[in-house]
Design a protein around this ligand. Structure first.
Ligand code: ADP
Ligand code: MG
Length: 330
């Protein structure tokens, strides 16, 4: 069923055992929250065993591997509080540290990403709302902070409604990004906790989707719904978009609960699950209050290092795929 389609990118899916994943999706139900004794994973256990390549060092800078290779990554999960915003900012800053040119886009009317860079969404005059609805150039709403950020304001809450009656409503963000494509290596889009038109705009504009999942409340059903929406986008609007990876957040290795969450994710999604786990620590909540990323707030801490590791892992994965593509491999 749906879970199989969560494994969409043909070039990196070849060895993945998906045979039993559908059963899990079926059985998981709405209450598929960890612990998932009732998730019917028995026959899935062991099926997703052949997971990822080891992490190898990432390239030092963008120039080395073609700065024009723009990646547009949507951070999405219709569940709130899973670290979409935290991941958008810190991954963005981590890419920037590696030498890439980064734009982060706040597509959530709550404006948490905007706030996490020290700005107040309530006092912002022009925001992504004007970009999407009034076709204001996106560069007009980009602020330079730790990385460039296209800001949100509360107006954005009206965007779904305003877009609904517009022709090309799903492509508004994609069109807006054309203007700045050449200026960045990574554009990371923070999405609201829904699968509505704003998130769909992000999927249409994206080259890949990264799904943060909270180890504490892992919902397999939620992931299936996300993939179903993504599958519709793939069929109708953006054939290239797929799940680039799933990142486990708020991981606490001391609890069985967290370890089980990782196990279930890896059984179902194999090497789509990033090896890097983002541990649970209050540091992540402290940093935005200071208007800064964790990498700036506590540069040498483990929390900052986790997002650096994630950035490197994403690079490695991408290069492996590129190499495979270049060699015409399967
Ligand atoms: P989302 O954007 O998915 O709603 P957020 O990124 O806003 O989620 O994170 C939700 C809350 O959890 C925030 O208060 C954030 O500071 C906190 N948080 C994020 N990542 C972690 C983590 N690894 N450990 C502990 N708290 C975290
Ligand atoms: Mg958020």
């Amino acid at each position: 069923m749906g879970l199989m389609r969560l494994l969409p990118r043909p070039h990196d899916r070849s060895r993945h055992a998906v045979g039993s994943s559908g059963d899990v999706a079926e059985d998981a139900g709405d209450a598929a929250v960890i612990p998932v004794d009732d998730a019917g994973t028995d026959d899935a256990r062991g099926a997703g065993g052949d997971i990822a390549q080891p992490i190898v060092p990432a390239p030092a800078a963008a120039a080395a591997d073609g700065a024009s290779n723009l990646e547009v990554i949507a951070l999405a999960n219709q569940k709130g509080g899973v670290a979409k915003t935290t991941t958008t900012l810190n991954l963005g800053v981590a890419f920037s540290e590696l030498g890439y040119r980064v734009l982060i886009v706040d597509l959530d009317p709550q404006g948490n990403l905007t706030m996490s860079q020290g700005m107040n969404p309530d006092s912002i005059e022009r925001s992504m709302f004007d970009v999407l609805v009034h076709k204001v150039p996106i560069s007009d709403v980009v602020e330079r902070r730790e990385v460039d950020i296209a800001v949100s304001s509360i107006d954005l809450a009206g965007a779904e409604l305003a877009l609904a009656s517009m022709i090309g409503r799903e492509r508004s963000l994609e069109k807006a990004l054309v203007e700045v494509r050449d200026r960045y290596d990574y554009i990371l889009i923070d999405t609201p906790p829904s699968l509505g038109l704003l998130t769909i705009n992000a999927f249409v504009a994206a080259t890949g989707v990264i799904v943060p999942v909270q180890c504490e409340y892992l919902s397999l059903r939620g992931l299936v719904q996300l993939e179903n929406t993504l599958a519709m986008v793939r069929e109708n609007l953006n054939a290239r978009v797929g799940v680039e990876g799933i990142v486990a957040t708020m991981f606490d290795g001391r609890t069985l609960h967290s370890r089980e969450a990782i196990e279930i994710l890896e059984e179902n999604f194999g090497d789509l699950v990033f090896r890097t786990r983002i541990r649970k620590t209050v540091r992540y909540a402290e940093a935005p209050v200071k208007g800064s990323s964790i990498l700036k707030y506590d540069p040498t801490g483990a929390a900052a290092e986790a997002y650096r590791e994630l950035a490197k892992e994403i690079r490695v994965k991408r290069e492996a795929e590129a190499a495979q593509g270049a060699s015409g491999g399967t």
